[in-house]
Design a protein around this ligand. Structure first.
Ligand SMILES: [Zn+2]
Length: 234
């Protein structure tokens, strides 16, 4: 809808990264989305995308071999599968990784913001782990930190719980046949679609206000069909 695109665009315009994703998610949830698992937050962002752009997530990726630009269209319903219910808002889960029993939760935007100022990637990773892992035990007793293999396995398990945190597709290039994994940045795609829709709306308001003297509110309330007809006439 034109007005939701405008409101979301205005909310996110002066921000970037996790703060912008959060501002957009708030437009959908109407509550603070900072403590939602990242994938669940992005499932809400996809609701906004559907609202401003339609039911298919349209992305473009460059072939890693020949640099051809490829279109990647995915139904929003497929991406949001498993997120239809809003009951699971994160929280601790128990995982068995080899001999280790781990209580951990999925990372949230609040976690990302908290580790943002860490000086290096390994330091940020360690800080994130410290926030998300509540306990590790082996054979019933408390135990030290997870090793690299266990951390990697925990990452995979958490991704199964919150799959939208990392959206990847196997793509075959139409031009050269190269096969590669394409990563989709959901918050970025939602932001781009929202700003495009907002600018289109602003242009429409500008044209019709000039032509007919209507207010912004009046123009935003026009049905899609009337809007199109008036734009054709103006
Ligand atoms: Zn190619």
């Amino acid at each position: 809808m034109a007005s939701s695109a405008l409101a979301a665009w205005e909310a996110g315009a002066d921000m970037e990264g996790p703060l912008r994703a959060l501002a957009l998610a708030r437009m959908v949830t109407r509550t603070d989305a900072a403590s939602l698992p990242l994938g669940r937050r992005d499932a809400h962002l996809l609701e906004l995308y559907s609202d401003v752009h339609g039911q298919t997530l349209e992305a473009q990726v460059d072939c890693l071999s020949c640099e051809a630009t490829l279109s990647l269209d995915t139904p929003i319903g497929e991406l949001r599968a498993g997120y239809e219910e809003d009951r699971d808002r994160g929280g601790l889960r128990e995982f068995t990784l080899g001999e280790a029993r781990v209580q951990a939760r999925c990372p949230t935007t609040a976690d990302l913001l908290a580790v943002e100022s860490e000086p290096t990637v390994p330091a940020a990773r360690a800080a994130l782990l410290a926030r998300c892992v509540a306990s590790v035990s082996r054979n019933g007793g408390a135990s030290g930190p997870l090793d690299d293999a266990e951390i990697e396995e925990l990452g995979h398990r958490l991704e199964l719980v919150d799959p939208l945190v990392d959206v990847r597709f196997d793509v075959t290039c139409d031009e050269c046949g190269h096969r590669f994994a394409a990563f989709l940045d959901v918050p970025e795609l939602v932001w781009e679609a929202t700003s495009r829709a907002a600018r289109r709306t602003l242009r429409n308001v500008h044209v019709l206000a000039q032509r007919y003297g209507w207010t912004e509110g009046e123009i935003l309330r026009l049905s899609k069909r009337r809007l199109k007809e008036y734009l054709d006439l103006a």
